[in-house]
Design a protein around this ligand. Structure first.
Ligand code: NOJ
Length: 553
């Protein structure tokens, strides 16, 4: 056995974006009680671990990724009693919970920052990065300089995200220990681990040099700072090693060759990371000229590269969507005629590639990008800041900006969950939802799909159960059989005499192909069609977006 068997390797993770999952108190905003009310749904779906996007007290400039109190709950989401109740109910139903750890930065409303900006002598001053003058040409992920002026002390502080999200100074030992104490607070409550927000960015080069030549604006330059591994090892020793918990780091700017240094089997840092190689590029300029979507060959290349780079020295993750990317169906599937079958095909790939899979809420019913018709319909600080710079200051066309945003904006993934075809998709009884609904909820919703045996939702359930039945889905080697083909993603998974053949047609046309090896005693485990044409030879034909999984010897 090449891998040790661990629960988080065998789990399917499901991300909940609380603001958009379920509203229990009719204010148009999802909340913790809303999540608790849907635990039966999650259990029935068959997922094992819930990743909850931030639920902490926050002025909500970046939807909770700007935390003002790590040990309290965002008012709109409820109370600590609601959190405890949700956690207990998840555990009673055999589900685990990981929470978001956002410690690259806080909100400017956090007590630490309020203290720090009150005077240069304040003991919390050094929890953040301060300079008398702007020291370099760094830019923020959310537009403009990464340095903001603080009026009260007349100095500049670093913010890699919005200016209301000042970056923490991890060099400060007191700060690090305050973070560890906060992590222990949540672990003592019984949470099962953390998803760590932009953890690759925490360690800054304290010389604060300019971007290197020819790399101006390359945000990945901020990643993998000098002491990142030292800090993660300390965090592991002080906190993580004391619990049977799991960690997954958001690894912006980490290259495949660097992955093992974060997730090595020696267990000194993190269990897993997730990379950005196939994420939608969203530098400021993309809001005028979005980059071309990845081709299937590029996508396969990225997955193959990460599979090889981590190998048996650590453990991989798989995702195609989250709250920071447009919907996976809109990116890689078909939202028209082949909507159902292509959503199921993507489910097949997501849940059969090697690595722990991360599902994102709503993908299990085939939710797709919404159609935002004006900038005011968006809610995202990234869109607003980019609009200010690109349109208001630089004079680019607002139509061009809107068109690009409709392709790349994060809000596509943040529209409310579509529970049924009633008013507001059953998400809230309020008159208005906090972000507009995707108007396809009348025909894309949970209630309908629960009833339809061949729905996308029921396909996900089948696929998840299949993973649980055959260890080869989890521990099997991965062999890409057609790395250079832009039409089908065809691979084998092999583990202790059990072999899988996974076939996925990524096109709206029929594809035929042959194998140069014998596929003995094949059994069709799963198909996304109602009927499959079965040929008794080595030749296969896949209709548009068809997927099949065979077990063979
Ligand atoms: C990554 C999070 O996923 C994203 O939503 C957030 O805006 C930034 N980090 C800043 O916390």
């Amino acid at each position: 056995m090449k891998y040790s068997k661990v629960w988080w390797k065998e789990a399917v993770i499901y991300q909940i974006y609380p603001r958009s999952f379920m509203d229990s108190n009719a204010d148009g905003i999802g909340d913790l009680k809303g999540i608790t009310s849907k635990i039966d749904y999650l259990k029935d779906l068959g997922v094992d671990i819930i990743w909850l996007s931030p639920h902490f007290k926050s002025p909500n400039v970046d939807n909770g990724y700007d935390i003002s109190d790590y040990e309290n709950i965002l008012d709109e989401f409820g109370t600590m009693a609601d959190f405890d109740e949700m956690l207990a109910a998840l555990h009673q139903n055999g589900l685990k919970l990981i929470i978001d750890l956002v410690v690259n930065h806080t909100s400017d409303q956090h007590e630490w920052f309020k203290q720090a900006s009150s005077s240069k002598e304040n003991p919390y001053r050094d929890f953040y990065h301060w300079k008398e003058e702007i020291p370099n040409d760094w830019v923020s992920f959310f537009s403009g300089s990464a340095w903001a002026h603080d009026k009260s002390t007349n100095e500049y502080y670093l913010h890699l995200f919005d200016k209301k999200q000042p970056d923490l100074n991890w060099e400060n030992q007191k700060l690090r220990h305050a973070i560890y104490a906060m992590m222990l607070f949540w672990l003592k409550k019984g949470i099962n681990g953390f998803r760590m927000d932009v953890i690759s960015l925490i360690a800054k080069d304290l010389d604060f040099p300019n971007f290197p030549l020819n790399r101006f604006g390359d945000l990945s330059y901020y990643a993998n700072g000098p002491k990142v591994h030292e800090y993660l090892q300390e965090m592991n020793q002080e906190v993580l090693s004391k619990y049977d918990c799991m960690t997954v780091g958001e690894a912006f700017g980490v290259q495949a060759e660097q992955a093992v240094s974060y997730v090595s089997n020696d267990g000194k840092e993190l269990n897993m990371i997730y990379h950005f190689d196939h994420a939608v590029p969203r530098e400021e300029s993309c809001f005028i000229a979005p980059k071309k979507e990845f081709s299937l060959v590029e996508l396969k290349f990225i997955f193959n590269k990460w599979d090889k780079a981590i190998g048996t020295n650590g453990w991989n993750t798989v995702y195609f969507g989250n709250h920071d990317n447009p919907r996976m169906l809109s990116r890689f599937g078909d939202t028209g005629k082949y909507f159902q079958v292509s959503a199921k095909m993507l489910a097949t790939v997501l849940l059969s590639l090697p690595g722990t899979p991360f599902m994102y809420q709503g993908d299990e019913i085939g939710m797709s990008n919404a159609n935002f018709t004006e900038i005011a319909e968006y809610d995202d600080v990234q869109v607003f800041n980019a609009f200010e710079v690109l349109v208001n200051q630089q004079g680019n066309s607002s139509e061009v900006f809107l068109k690009a945003s409709n392709q790349i904006a994060r809000d596509h993934a943040r529209t409310p969950m579509q529970w049924n075809k009633n008013k507001n998709a059953g998400f809230t009884t309020a008159d208005k939802t906090w972000l507009k609904l995707n108007d396809n909820y009348t025909h894309v919703n949970v209630a309908d799909q629960v009833e339809q045996p061949n729905s996308i939702l029921n396909y996900y359930k089948k696929m998840i159960q299949l993973r649980k039945k055959h260890e080869v889905f989890i521990y099997g080697d991965y062999i890409d059989l057609r790395p250079n083909c832009n039409k089908i993603w065809l691979y084998k998974r092999c583990f202790e005499g059990e072999n899988l053949l996974v076939m996925n047609n990524f096109t709206p046309t029929t594809q035929s192909f042959q194998f140069d090896f014998k596929i003995n005693n094949r059994i069709l485990l799963l198909t996304n069609l109602e009927e499959v044409e079965f040929l008794e030879n080595q030749e296969f034909t896949l209709t548009p977006y068809e997927s099949r999984i065979y077990l063979f010897q």
